[in-house]
Design a protein around this ligand. Structure first.
Ligand SMILES: *Cc1c(COP(=O)(O)O)cnc(C)c1O
Length: 495
Protein backbone atom coordinates (compact mmCIF):
# COMPACT_ATOMS: atom_id res chain seq x y z
CA UNK A 1 0.00 0.00 0.00
CA UNK A 2 1.23 3.44 -0.88
CA UNK A 3 0.66 6.85 0.68
CA UNK A 4 -0.48 10.05 -0.99
CA UNK A 5 -0.40 13.75 -0.16
CA UNK A 6 -3.59 15.46 1.02
CA UNK A 7 -2.81 18.32 -1.36
CA UNK A 8 -1.91 16.27 -4.43
CA UNK A 9 -3.25 12.76 -4.89
CA UNK A 10 -0.79 12.08 -7.68
CA UNK A 11 2.08 12.56 -5.25
CA UNK A 12 2.48 8.94 -4.08
CA UNK A 13 5.21 7.46 -1.92
CA UNK A 14 5.88 4.18 -0.11
CA UNK A 15 5.12 3.84 3.61
CA UNK A 16 8.84 4.03 4.39
CA UNK A 17 9.16 7.25 2.39
CA UNK A 18 6.13 8.79 4.07
CA UNK A 19 7.68 8.11 7.47
CA UNK A 20 11.14 9.28 6.45
CA UNK A 21 9.93 12.57 4.96
CA UNK A 22 7.31 13.43 7.59
CA UNK A 23 5.66 16.20 5.59
CA UNK A 24 5.07 16.20 1.84
CA UNK A 25 6.97 18.83 -0.14
CA UNK A 26 3.71 20.27 -1.47
CA UNK A 27 2.82 21.16 2.13
CA UNK A 28 0.29 18.32 2.44
CA UNK A 29 0.28 15.40 4.84
CA UNK A 30 0.75 11.77 3.85
CA UNK A 31 -2.21 9.42 4.22
CA UNK A 32 -2.71 5.81 3.15
CA UNK A 33 -3.96 5.52 -0.42
CA UNK A 34 -6.65 3.11 0.77
CA UNK A 35 -7.60 2.82 4.41
CA UNK A 36 -7.33 -0.83 5.47
CA UNK A 37 -10.30 -2.40 7.24
CA UNK A 38 -10.22 -4.89 10.07
CA UNK A 39 -10.67 -8.33 8.48
CA UNK A 40 -13.71 -10.36 9.59
CA UNK A 41 -13.03 -11.90 12.99
CA UNK A 42 -10.08 -9.56 13.63
CA UNK A 43 -11.47 -8.22 16.91
CA UNK A 44 -12.00 -11.79 18.16
CA UNK A 45 -8.38 -12.53 17.33
CA UNK A 46 -7.09 -9.29 18.80
CA UNK A 47 -8.96 -9.89 22.08
CA UNK A 48 -6.74 -12.86 22.76
CA UNK A 49 -3.52 -10.91 22.22
CA UNK A 50 -1.41 -8.75 24.52
CA UNK A 51 -0.77 -5.08 23.72
CA UNK A 52 2.42 -5.69 21.76
CA UNK A 53 0.86 -8.36 19.58
CA UNK A 54 -2.10 -6.10 18.90
CA UNK A 55 0.30 -3.32 17.89
CA UNK A 56 2.13 -5.54 15.38
CA UNK A 57 -1.14 -6.83 13.91
CA UNK A 58 -2.62 -3.37 13.40
CA UNK A 59 0.52 -1.60 12.23
CA UNK A 60 1.24 -4.34 9.69
CA UNK A 61 -2.08 -3.57 7.95
CA UNK A 62 -0.64 -0.14 7.06
CA UNK A 63 3.05 -0.81 6.50
CA UNK A 64 3.79 -2.88 3.41
CA UNK A 65 7.52 -2.05 3.59
CA UNK A 66 8.08 -3.53 7.03
CA UNK A 67 8.05 -7.23 7.89
CA UNK A 68 6.19 -8.73 10.84
CA UNK A 69 9.58 -9.70 12.29
CA UNK A 70 10.78 -6.09 12.10
CA UNK A 71 7.62 -4.68 13.64
CA UNK A 72 7.72 -7.29 16.40
CA UNK A 73 11.27 -6.29 17.22
CA UNK A 74 10.43 -2.55 17.36
CA UNK A 75 7.33 -3.07 19.44
CA UNK A 76 9.11 -5.32 21.92
CA UNK A 77 11.82 -2.73 22.38
CA UNK A 78 9.42 0.22 22.51
CA UNK A 79 6.85 -1.22 24.91
CA UNK A 80 9.36 -2.86 27.22
CA UNK A 81 9.25 -3.26 31.01
CA UNK A 82 12.17 -0.82 31.14
CA UNK A 83 10.07 1.96 29.58
CA UNK A 84 6.55 1.13 30.79
CA UNK A 85 5.56 0.55 34.39
CA UNK A 86 2.71 -1.87 33.59
CA UNK A 87 2.66 -4.96 31.35
CA UNK A 88 -0.77 -3.83 30.09
CA UNK A 89 1.03 -0.81 28.51
CA UNK A 90 -2.29 1.04 28.01
CA UNK A 91 -4.62 -0.17 30.79
CA UNK A 92 -8.30 0.69 30.96
CA UNK A 93 -9.70 1.64 34.36
CA UNK A 94 -13.37 1.58 35.22
CA UNK A 95 -14.82 4.62 36.96
CA UNK A 96 -18.49 3.61 36.93
CA UNK A 97 -20.80 1.33 34.94
CA UNK A 98 -20.61 3.37 31.74
CA UNK A 99 -17.39 5.37 32.14
CA UNK A 100 -13.86 4.12 31.65
CA UNK A 101 -10.46 5.75 31.48
CA UNK A 102 -7.77 4.67 29.03
CA UNK A 103 -4.46 5.44 30.76
CA UNK A 104 -1.83 6.35 28.18
CA UNK A 105 0.83 7.69 30.52
CA UNK A 106 2.64 4.63 31.79
CA UNK A 107 5.68 5.25 29.55
CA UNK A 108 9.02 6.91 30.34
CA UNK A 109 7.83 10.53 30.11
CA UNK A 110 4.39 10.01 31.68
CA UNK A 111 2.33 11.40 28.77
CA UNK A 112 0.55 9.69 25.90
CA UNK A 113 3.15 10.89 23.41
CA UNK A 114 5.31 7.95 24.51
CA UNK A 115 2.84 5.54 22.92
CA UNK A 116 4.05 6.68 19.50
CA UNK A 117 7.43 8.24 20.18
CA UNK A 118 8.87 5.10 21.70
CA UNK A 119 8.22 3.33 18.37
CA UNK A 120 8.93 6.14 15.89
CA UNK A 121 12.75 6.09 16.11
CA UNK A 122 12.76 2.43 15.00
CA UNK A 123 10.29 3.06 12.18
CA UNK A 124 12.19 6.12 11.07
CA UNK A 125 15.76 4.82 11.13
CA UNK A 126 14.58 1.67 9.32
CA UNK A 127 12.79 3.87 6.77
CA UNK A 128 16.02 5.73 6.05
CA UNK A 129 17.84 2.44 5.39
CA UNK A 130 14.96 1.07 3.29
CA UNK A 131 15.10 4.15 1.10
CA UNK A 132 18.83 3.69 0.53
CA UNK A 133 19.40 7.12 2.04
CA UNK A 134 22.97 7.76 3.18
CA UNK A 135 22.35 11.01 4.99
CA UNK A 136 21.92 11.34 8.72
CA UNK A 137 18.54 12.48 9.99
CA UNK A 138 17.93 15.52 12.12
CA UNK A 139 14.56 15.49 13.85
CA UNK A 140 13.02 18.90 14.45
CA UNK A 141 10.19 19.07 16.96
CA UNK A 142 7.89 21.92 17.92
CA UNK A 143 6.29 21.04 21.23
CA UNK A 144 3.55 22.35 23.46
CA UNK A 145 5.27 20.44 26.26
CA UNK A 146 4.87 16.69 26.11
CA UNK A 147 5.99 15.81 22.59
CA UNK A 148 9.39 17.37 23.14
CA UNK A 149 10.35 15.22 26.08
CA UNK A 150 8.88 12.07 24.58
CA UNK A 151 10.78 12.65 21.33
CA UNK A 152 14.03 13.39 23.19
CA UNK A 153 13.62 10.21 25.20
CA UNK A 154 12.89 8.22 22.04
CA UNK A 155 15.77 9.58 19.95
CA UNK A 156 18.49 10.22 22.56
CA UNK A 157 21.70 8.50 21.43
CA UNK A 158 20.01 6.79 18.47
CA UNK A 159 22.80 6.32 15.94
CA UNK A 160 22.60 8.36 12.74
CA UNK A 161 20.20 10.90 14.23
CA UNK A 162 20.15 14.22 16.00
CA UNK A 163 17.17 15.86 17.58
CA UNK A 164 16.36 19.51 18.25
CA UNK A 165 13.31 20.53 20.25
CA UNK A 166 11.63 23.95 20.33
CA UNK A 167 9.21 24.79 23.12
CA UNK A 168 7.32 28.03 23.91
CA UNK A 169 9.29 29.66 26.70
CA UNK A 170 6.32 30.65 28.83
CA UNK A 171 3.91 27.94 27.76
CA UNK A 172 4.98 24.76 29.55
CA UNK A 173 4.85 23.58 33.17
CA UNK A 174 7.99 23.66 35.37
CA UNK A 175 8.13 19.88 35.36
CA UNK A 176 7.77 19.71 31.58
CA UNK A 177 10.52 22.29 31.16
CA UNK A 178 12.93 20.49 33.48
CA UNK A 179 12.12 17.16 31.85
CA UNK A 180 13.30 18.60 28.54
CA UNK A 181 16.17 20.83 29.57
CA UNK A 182 17.77 18.11 31.70
CA UNK A 183 17.68 15.57 28.83
CA UNK A 184 20.84 13.53 28.52
CA UNK A 185 22.38 12.29 25.28
CA UNK A 186 25.08 13.48 22.90
CA UNK A 187 22.77 14.11 19.91
CA UNK A 188 20.13 16.31 21.55
CA UNK A 189 19.43 20.03 21.81
CA UNK A 190 16.58 21.97 23.41
CA UNK A 191 15.64 25.62 22.72
CA UNK A 192 13.07 27.90 24.28
CA UNK A 193 11.22 30.04 21.72
CA UNK A 194 9.95 33.50 22.59
CA UNK A 195 6.37 33.01 21.44
CA UNK A 196 3.57 30.48 21.76
CA UNK A 197 3.27 26.95 20.41
CA UNK A 198 1.80 28.10 17.10
CA UNK A 199 4.84 30.35 16.58
CA UNK A 200 7.17 27.41 17.20
CA UNK A 201 5.15 25.05 15.00
CA UNK A 202 4.78 27.45 12.07
CA UNK A 203 8.50 28.26 12.13
CA UNK A 204 9.42 24.59 12.09
CA UNK A 205 7.07 24.08 9.14
CA UNK A 206 8.81 26.96 7.34
CA UNK A 207 12.20 25.43 7.98
CA UNK A 208 10.99 22.16 6.46
CA UNK A 209 9.72 23.85 3.34
CA UNK A 210 12.81 26.00 2.73
CA UNK A 211 14.51 24.47 -0.34
CA UNK A 212 17.71 26.50 0.07
CA UNK A 213 18.23 25.33 3.63
CA UNK A 214 17.37 21.76 2.65
CA UNK A 215 20.01 21.86 -0.07
CA UNK A 216 22.63 23.38 2.16
CA UNK A 217 22.07 20.75 4.85
CA UNK A 218 22.07 17.96 2.26
CA UNK A 219 25.49 19.19 1.19
CA UNK A 220 26.83 18.50 4.65
CA UNK A 221 25.13 15.10 4.88
CA UNK A 222 21.93 15.95 6.75
CA UNK A 223 18.25 15.60 6.04
CA UNK A 224 15.44 16.95 8.18
CA UNK A 225 12.48 14.97 9.43
CA UNK A 226 9.68 15.51 11.85
CA UNK A 227 8.53 13.74 14.99
CA UNK A 228 5.40 15.88 15.22
CA UNK A 229 2.06 14.23 14.64
CA UNK A 230 2.17 15.36 11.03
CA UNK A 231 4.43 12.28 10.62
CA UNK A 232 2.45 9.16 9.76
CA UNK A 233 4.77 7.15 11.99
CA UNK A 234 3.43 9.14 14.92
CA UNK A 235 -0.23 8.58 14.16
CA UNK A 236 -0.19 4.91 13.36
CA UNK A 237 0.88 3.58 16.80
CA UNK A 238 -1.97 5.63 18.25
CA UNK A 239 -4.60 3.74 16.26
CA UNK A 240 -3.59 0.66 18.25
CA UNK A 241 -4.79 1.79 21.67
CA UNK A 242 -8.32 2.57 20.52
CA UNK A 243 -8.72 -0.97 19.26
CA UNK A 244 -6.89 -2.40 22.25
CA UNK A 245 -9.14 -0.56 24.73
CA UNK A 246 -12.20 -1.88 22.95
CA UNK A 247 -10.88 -5.45 23.20
CA UNK A 248 -10.14 -4.98 26.90
CA UNK A 249 -13.71 -3.86 27.59
CA UNK A 250 -15.06 -6.87 25.73
CA UNK A 251 -12.76 -9.11 27.74
CA UNK A 252 -13.83 -7.58 31.04
CA UNK A 253 -17.49 -8.10 30.13
CA UNK A 254 -18.22 -4.36 30.25
CA UNK A 255 -19.39 -4.33 26.63
CA UNK A 256 -20.56 -6.99 24.20
CA UNK A 257 -18.56 -7.67 21.05
CA UNK A 258 -19.93 -5.35 18.38
CA UNK A 259 -21.51 -2.91 20.86
CA UNK A 260 -20.79 0.76 20.16
CA UNK A 261 -18.61 2.83 22.49
CA UNK A 262 -17.71 6.51 22.47
CA UNK A 263 -14.31 8.00 23.10
CA UNK A 264 -13.81 11.41 24.66
CA UNK A 265 -10.40 12.84 23.75
CA UNK A 266 -8.58 15.90 25.13
CA UNK A 267 -7.50 17.51 21.89
CA UNK A 268 -4.86 19.95 20.67
CA UNK A 269 -3.22 19.15 17.35
CA UNK A 270 -5.97 16.64 16.49
CA UNK A 271 -3.55 13.71 16.26
CA UNK A 272 -4.92 11.56 19.06
CA UNK A 273 -8.57 11.86 18.10
CA UNK A 274 -7.72 11.41 14.41
CA UNK A 275 -6.21 8.02 15.27
CA UNK A 276 -9.60 7.20 16.82
CA UNK A 277 -11.28 8.29 13.60
CA UNK A 278 -9.05 5.93 11.61
CA UNK A 279 -9.85 3.09 14.03
CA UNK A 280 -13.53 3.80 13.46
CA UNK A 281 -13.11 3.84 9.68
CA UNK A 282 -11.30 0.51 9.94
CA UNK A 283 -14.45 -0.95 11.44
CA UNK A 284 -14.13 -0.48 15.20
CA UNK A 285 -17.67 -0.03 16.61
CA UNK A 286 -17.42 3.62 17.69
CA UNK A 287 -20.59 5.61 18.31
CA UNK A 288 -19.16 9.10 18.77
CA UNK A 289 -15.78 10.70 18.98
CA UNK A 290 -16.10 13.54 21.45
CA UNK A 291 -13.52 16.26 20.94
CA UNK A 292 -12.67 18.09 24.17
CA UNK A 293 -10.99 21.51 24.17
CA UNK A 294 -9.92 23.94 26.86
CA UNK A 295 -10.58 27.68 26.58
CA UNK A 296 -8.81 27.60 23.20
CA UNK A 297 -11.98 26.20 21.73
CA UNK A 298 -11.33 26.64 18.02
CA UNK A 299 -12.09 22.94 17.39
CA UNK A 300 -15.34 23.00 19.34
CA UNK A 301 -16.52 25.87 17.21
CA UNK A 302 -15.34 24.18 14.04
CA UNK A 303 -17.03 20.85 14.71
CA UNK A 304 -20.25 22.61 15.70
CA UNK A 305 -20.42 25.21 12.93
CA UNK A 306 -18.13 24.08 10.12
CA UNK A 307 -16.15 27.33 10.37
CA UNK A 308 -12.50 27.15 11.36
CA UNK A 309 -11.23 30.51 12.52
CA UNK A 310 -7.78 30.80 14.00
CA UNK A 311 -8.02 34.58 14.24
CA UNK A 312 -8.89 34.79 17.92
CA UNK A 313 -7.31 35.38 21.26
CA UNK A 314 -4.80 32.77 22.42
CA UNK A 315 -5.12 31.66 26.04
CA UNK A 316 -2.45 30.10 28.22
CA UNK A 317 -4.29 27.51 30.30
CA UNK A 318 -3.61 24.85 32.93
CA UNK A 319 -3.81 22.23 30.15
CA UNK A 320 -0.91 23.61 28.09
CA UNK A 321 -0.60 20.66 25.73
CA UNK A 322 -3.94 21.71 24.27
CA UNK A 323 -3.12 25.41 23.90
CA UNK A 324 -3.23 25.32 20.12
CA UNK A 325 -5.09 27.36 17.53
CA UNK A 326 -3.94 25.58 14.37
CA UNK A 327 -4.54 21.85 14.59
CA UNK A 328 -2.39 20.34 11.86
CA UNK A 329 -4.02 16.95 11.62
CA UNK A 330 -7.42 18.36 10.83
CA UNK A 331 -6.18 18.42 7.24
CA UNK A 332 -6.19 14.62 7.20
CA UNK A 333 -9.75 14.50 8.49
CA UNK A 334 -10.93 16.98 5.89
CA UNK A 335 -9.23 14.98 3.17
CA UNK A 336 -11.19 11.88 4.22
CA UNK A 337 -14.48 13.73 4.63
CA UNK A 338 -14.24 15.37 1.20
CA UNK A 339 -13.91 11.81 -0.12
CA UNK A 340 -10.25 12.47 -0.77
CA UNK A 341 -10.61 15.64 -2.78
CA UNK A 342 -7.08 17.07 -2.84
CA UNK A 343 -8.12 20.30 -4.57
CA UNK A 344 -10.88 21.03 -2.06
CA UNK A 345 -8.55 20.20 0.86
CA UNK A 346 -5.72 22.35 -0.48
CA UNK A 347 -8.24 25.17 -1.01
CA UNK A 348 -9.28 25.18 2.65
CA UNK A 349 -5.66 25.11 3.78
CA UNK A 350 -4.77 28.01 1.48
CA UNK A 351 -7.63 30.05 2.99
CA UNK A 352 -6.42 29.15 6.45
CA UNK A 353 -2.97 30.51 5.73
CA UNK A 354 -4.06 33.65 3.84
CA UNK A 355 -7.29 34.61 5.66
CA UNK A 356 -6.91 32.61 8.87
CA UNK A 357 -10.36 31.17 8.32
CA UNK A 358 -12.33 28.71 6.18
CA UNK A 359 -15.76 27.13 6.09
CA UNK A 360 -16.21 23.53 4.97
CA UNK A 361 -18.93 22.46 2.52
CA UNK A 362 -22.30 21.19 3.75
CA UNK A 363 -21.25 17.70 2.74
CA UNK A 364 -18.17 17.78 4.98
CA UNK A 365 -20.15 19.37 7.80
CA UNK A 366 -22.84 16.71 7.77
CA UNK A 367 -20.22 13.94 7.63
CA UNK A 368 -18.61 15.47 10.74
CA UNK A 369 -21.96 15.67 12.52
CA UNK A 370 -22.42 11.92 12.18
CA UNK A 371 -19.08 11.16 13.79
CA UNK A 372 -18.06 13.92 16.17
CA UNK A 373 -19.40 15.81 19.13
CA UNK A 374 -17.43 18.62 20.75
CA UNK A 375 -17.24 20.71 23.87
CA UNK A 376 -14.89 22.75 26.02
CA UNK A 377 -14.04 23.46 29.67
CA UNK A 378 -12.30 26.52 31.06
CA UNK A 379 -9.71 26.33 33.84
CA UNK A 380 -12.20 26.75 36.69
CA UNK A 381 -14.38 23.94 35.39
CA UNK A 382 -11.33 21.78 34.84
CA UNK A 383 -10.20 22.18 38.43
CA UNK A 384 -13.63 21.40 39.78
CA UNK A 385 -13.71 18.21 37.68
CA UNK A 386 -10.38 17.10 39.19
CA UNK A 387 -11.76 17.65 42.70
CA UNK A 388 -15.05 15.92 41.90
CA UNK A 389 -13.49 12.86 40.27
CA UNK A 390 -11.06 12.55 43.15
CA UNK A 391 -13.70 12.74 45.84
CA UNK A 392 -16.17 10.50 44.01
CA UNK A 393 -13.81 7.76 42.83
CA UNK A 394 -10.57 8.34 44.74
CA UNK A 395 -8.98 8.70 41.31
CA UNK A 396 -6.52 11.46 40.53
CA UNK A 397 -6.49 12.87 36.99
CA UNK A 398 -4.40 15.51 35.27
CA UNK A 399 -5.67 18.77 33.83
CA UNK A 400 -5.98 17.47 30.24
CA UNK A 401 -7.87 14.34 31.19
CA UNK A 402 -10.08 16.53 33.37
CA UNK A 403 -11.08 18.63 30.37
CA UNK A 404 -12.24 15.43 28.67
CA UNK A 405 -14.11 14.20 31.77
CA UNK A 406 -15.85 17.57 32.04
CA UNK A 407 -16.80 17.61 28.37
CA UNK A 408 -18.16 14.05 28.59
CA UNK A 409 -20.37 15.07 31.54
CA UNK A 410 -21.73 18.03 29.58
CA UNK A 411 -22.27 15.90 26.47
CA UNK A 412 -24.26 13.34 28.42
CA UNK A 413 -26.33 16.00 30.14
CA UNK A 414 -27.10 17.75 26.82
CA UNK A 415 -27.87 14.69 24.71
CA UNK A 416 -29.01 12.02 27.16
CA UNK A 417 -26.71 9.65 25.25
CA UNK A 418 -25.57 7.02 27.77
CA UNK A 419 -23.40 4.93 25.44
CA UNK A 420 -20.45 3.41 27.32
CA UNK A 421 -17.62 5.90 27.03
CA UNK A 422 -13.86 5.78 27.31
CA UNK A 423 -12.10 8.95 28.39
CA UNK A 424 -8.63 9.05 26.89
CA UNK A 425 -6.24 9.98 29.72
CA UNK A 426 -3.22 11.67 28.23
CA UNK A 427 -0.90 12.53 31.12
CA UNK A 428 0.00 11.64 34.68
CA UNK A 429 -1.36 14.20 37.16
CA UNK A 430 2.20 14.47 38.45
CA UNK A 431 3.25 16.35 35.32
CA UNK A 432 0.98 19.22 36.38
CA UNK A 433 1.41 19.21 40.15
CA UNK A 434 0.73 22.88 40.85
CA UNK A 435 -2.63 22.97 39.04
CA UNK A 436 -3.73 19.61 40.42
CA UNK A 437 -2.84 20.65 43.98
CA UNK A 438 -4.82 23.85 43.55
CA UNK A 439 -7.75 21.84 42.27
CA UNK A 440 -7.62 19.78 45.47
CA UNK A 441 -7.79 22.99 47.48
CA UNK A 442 -4.11 23.12 48.46
CA UNK A 443 -1.86 26.10 47.98
CA UNK A 444 1.34 25.00 46.25
CA UNK A 445 4.14 26.24 48.48
CA UNK A 446 7.13 25.50 46.31
CA UNK A 447 7.70 25.10 42.58
CA UNK A 448 8.87 22.49 40.11
CA UNK A 449 9.66 18.95 41.20
CA UNK A 450 9.40 19.74 44.92
CA UNK A 451 5.66 19.76 44.40
CA UNK A 452 5.66 16.06 43.59
CA UNK A 453 5.95 15.08 47.26
CA UNK A 454 3.27 17.61 48.17
CA UNK A 455 0.87 16.03 45.70
CA UNK A 456 1.71 12.54 46.94
CA UNK A 457 0.81 13.70 50.44
CA UNK A 458 -2.35 15.47 49.45
CA UNK A 459 -3.70 12.58 47.35
CA UNK A 460 -2.10 9.57 49.03
CA UNK A 461 -1.08 8.28 45.60
CA UNK A 462 2.42 7.52 44.30
CA UNK A 463 4.19 9.58 41.63
CA UNK A 464 5.71 7.75 38.63
CA UNK A 465 9.40 6.96 39.12
CA UNK A 466 10.70 8.99 36.12
CA UNK A 467 9.16 12.17 37.54
CA UNK A 468 10.46 11.55 41.05
CA UNK A 469 13.91 11.17 39.52
CA UNK A 470 13.76 14.81 38.35
CA UNK A 471 14.44 16.08 41.86
CA UNK A 472 17.97 17.32 41.92
CA UNK A 473 18.42 17.37 38.15
CA UNK A 474 19.65 20.58 36.56
CA UNK A 475 19.05 22.13 33.15
CA UNK A 476 21.66 21.51 30.43
CA UNK A 477 19.94 23.87 27.96
CA UNK A 478 19.07 27.43 28.93
CA UNK A 479 19.04 29.51 25.74
CA UNK A 480 15.92 31.13 24.32
CA UNK A 481 15.49 32.54 20.80
CA UNK A 482 13.13 34.64 18.71
CA UNK A 483 11.44 32.80 15.86
CA UNK A 484 13.50 34.60 13.23
CA UNK A 485 16.67 33.10 14.73
CA UNK A 486 15.62 29.46 14.53
CA UNK A 487 16.95 28.70 11.04
CA UNK A 488 20.38 29.83 12.12
CA UNK A 489 20.11 27.77 15.28
CA UNK A 490 19.41 24.67 13.17
CA UNK A 491 22.32 25.44 10.85
CA UNK A 492 24.69 25.79 13.78
CA UNK A 493 23.47 22.57 15.39
CA UNK A 494 24.31 20.66 12.22
CA UNK A 495 27.69 22.24 11.52
C1 LIG B 1 -0.35 16.28 23.12
C2 LIG B 1 -1.31 16.21 24.23
C3 LIG B 1 -2.69 16.37 24.02
C4 LIG B 1 -3.26 16.71 22.67
O1 LIG B 1 -3.11 15.67 21.74
P1 LIG B 1 -3.22 15.99 20.17
O2 LIG B 1 -2.85 14.72 19.50
O3 LIG B 1 -2.25 17.08 19.91
O4 LIG B 1 -4.62 16.41 19.92
C5 LIG B 1 -3.54 16.23 25.10
N1 LIG B 1 -3.05 15.97 26.34
C6 LIG B 1 -1.75 15.82 26.58
C7 LIG B 1 -1.28 15.56 27.97
C8 LIG B 1 -0.82 15.92 25.54
O5 LIG B 1 0.48 15.76 25.79
Amino acid sequence: MRYESTRDRENKVTSAEAIMRGLSEDGGLFVPEVLPTLPAGALEELREMNYRQRAVYIMKLFLADYTVAELTDYVNRAYSPRGFDTPKIAPVRKLDGATHVLELWHGPTCAFKDMALQVLPYLLTAAVRKNGEEKQVCILVATSGDTGKAALEGFADVEGTRIMVFYPRDGVSDIQKLQMTSQEGTNVSVCAVRGNFDDAQSTVKEIFSDPALREQLAGSGWMLSSANSINWGRLLPQVVYYISAYCDLVNSGDIAMGEGVSFCVPTGNFGDILAGFYAMRMGLPVKKLICASNKNDVLTEFLRTGVYNRVREFYTTISPSMDILVSSNLERLIYELTDRDDVETAGYMAKLSTKGCYQVSDRVKSAMDGIFAAGSCDDEETKSVIARVFSRYGYLIDTHTAVACGVLEKYRAETGDDTPAIVVSTASPYKFCASVLEALGRTPESAGPELIAALENASQTAAPAPLKALLGKTARFNASYGKEELKEVVRNFLK
